[in-house]
Write a protein that binds this ligand. Structure first.
Ligand SMILES: C[S@@+](CC[C@H](N)C(=O)[O-])C[C@H]1O[C@@H](n2cnc3c(N)ncnc32)[C@H](O)[C@@H]1O
Ligand SMILES: [Zn+2]
Length: 494
């Protein structure tokens, strides 16, 4: 064996990674998971920790290059870090015994990946819980809040750089100086390009500046490891590899995963950069209204007049702009189908039911085909539709608490709540095939400050539904003979 072991082969701060991963599952805003759902997407703290610790050696391995050991000392030692945030625990917080962690370079690397905060350690001693956002120290690489922390991410990139280039024979200082030079070239090339007015119009000058930036990135990436995830799914591993400055590749057999990867990895890198628009160009593309809405501090003033504006992220700005445009168009076309409540609140969702007809000829009640009546049934909240029978009409009210009513669909048969007769499955199927089933809106869901609320539909909700124009209805046919849609076709849904 001529290679030192990688850090991941000897030690990982598993407890700390788990703690931050639990938190990751709850983060929504700004998380790739909110771009599009993907199955079995790995938590980002795990991916960042795994990629990092697969790319750096164990400093205690006898084959670990001296340059890497020195780099850990320089970057994570107490000399350059006020308050010594990467000092190994004086007493490991999650063990019952009092145990000091050795102050060595391996442990400092582990503390850099993830370290419990002092607050967590104090609370742990007296059996108190700590809010998840405060469990890890602010200097931890895997902490959610540090995903764009230039100082911490740059430390990780430097460590990977030194590990990757240590075989060149250069010492830590030389390698770090080389890193700084490449990094500076990128930053300068970025500023030169992004500060340039109207770079969306590709002139010779702009193309040249783009090329300079591209070359600077290539020089940097050529000296970083390549990370390839052949089964990248939602893209968490290539995302974290790219964050750590690696040349990163993702692949997947599924085209949806491929598009998600393009949206979360490629497009932000290519298009999610700053741009400066002249006033004329901005107004030409986005209109005068939006120009007026741009914050004054982003505008450049000349002779008392704003002449240009800097947009920090062109992609995010465009997504927001065009999404609003599409929304406005959609609202114009079908907004009337979704009226606001009398308190001016937009609907969030609707609760519909199919309606069958009781087969008893003297009843013929129109019965919503409900197996149960809960609208919400969680440990904390129970809301249900309580039926009110008037003649052969079925009305509802919304009640909170436990529902004692038995559903009207039992073993795929309808038990009529008006007359008690049973309508069997075959008859229900015939009604469905012969288009006798109606749809009934049972409840409207609204999203309020303190969670979702539920109300019965009003005349205003129902009125617009009476005349939905045919061209709004779905005309695409369900594939025949497909085992996944067999159930639908058997019930006449084509
Ligand atoms: C568990 S998921 C990966 C999740 C990913 N690590 C993440 O964090 O989002 C596994 C992925 O492998 C893909 N896959 C399965 N067989 C494949 C194959 N032969 N070639 C490429 N991708 C494949 C699946 O489509 C799926 O997206
Ligand atoms: Zn009946």
């Amino acid at each position: 064996m001529t290679q030192p072991k990688k850090l991941i082969e000897v030690a990982m701060p598993i407890k700390e990674i788990s703690a931050e991963s639990v938190r990751d599952g709850r983060v929504q805003h700004g998380h790739i998971s909110s771009l599009h759902k993907w199955w079995a997407r790995r938590p980002l703290p795990v991916c960042r920790a795994v990629v990092f610790s697969s790319l750096v050696p164990d400093p205690l391995d006898e084959l670990c290059p001296q340059a890497f050991k020195d780099a850990v000392q320089i970057l994570l030692g107490k000399e350059k870090n006020t308050g010594d945030p990467y000092k190994p625990y004086d007493d490991i917080p999650y063990t019952a015994a009092i145990d000091k962690m050795d102050d060595n370079l391996r442990n400092r690397l582990l503390m850099f990946i993830g370290k419990y905060s002092d607050e967590f350690a104090r609370n742990e001693k007296v059996g108190k819980t700590t809010a998840s956002k405060n469990q890890l120290s602010d200097s931890s690489l895997i902490k959610w809040d540090n995903k764009n922390n230039e100082e911490i991410i740059r430390k990780a990139r430097k460590l990977i750089w030194v590990a990757h280039n240590a075989s060149s024979g250069s010492n830590a200082k030389e390698l770090l100086a080389d890193f700084d030079k490449s990094y500076k070239a990128i930053k300068e090339a970025e500023e030169n390009l992004y500060g340039l007015q109207d770079r969306h119009n590709e002139t010779v000058e702009i193309k040249k500046k783009e090329e300079t930036l591209h070359n600077a990135l290539e020089v940097f990436l050529d000296k970083m490891p390549k990370v390839f995830d052949p089964f990248a799914g939602g893209g968490a591993i290539p995302l974290e590899a790219a964050r750590l400055g690696c040349r990163s590749y993702g692949n997947d057999i599924n085209p949806v995963a491929h598009i998600i990867q393009k949206g979360s990895l490629e497009f932000p890198q290519k298009f999610g950069k700053p741009i400066t628009y002249s006033k004329e160009e901005f107004i030409k593309i986005y209109g005068k209204d939006l120009w007026n809405k741009q914050p004054q501090e982003n505008k450049k003033i000349k002779n008392g007049e704003a002449i240009s504006v800097r947009i920090e992220n062109r992609l995010a700005f465009d997504v927001d702009f065009y999404a609003k445009k599409i929304l406005a168009k959609t609202e114009k076309q079908i907004g009337y189908l979704y009226p606001k409540s009398n308190k001016g609140v937009d609907p969030y969702g609707y609760y519909w039911s199919r309606v069958g007809i009781c087969s008893n000829p003297s009843c013929k009640a129109e019965v919503p085909l409900l197996k149960q009546f809960y609208l919400v049934n969680t440990t904390k909240k129970h809301l249900y539709l309580k039926p009110l029978i008037e003649g052969n009409k079925i009305l509802f009210e919304i009640k909170s608490g436990k529902c004692k009513e038995e559903g009207w669909i039992r073993s795929r048969k309808l038990i009529c709540p008006v007359c008690g007769s049973t309508t069997d499955t075959e008859e229900l199927r015939n009604q469905s095939i012969n288009k006798k089933f109606r749809m009934r809106l049972l409840a409207v869901i609204e999203d309020g400050d303190s969670g979702k609320t539920y109300r019965l539909p009003t005349k205003e909700d129902l009125e617009p539904l009476k005349e939905i124009s045919n061209d709004l209805l779905i005309t695409e046919e369900i594939v025949k003979g497909d085992s996944r849609s067999l159930w639908l076709t058997l019930w006449g849904i084509s």
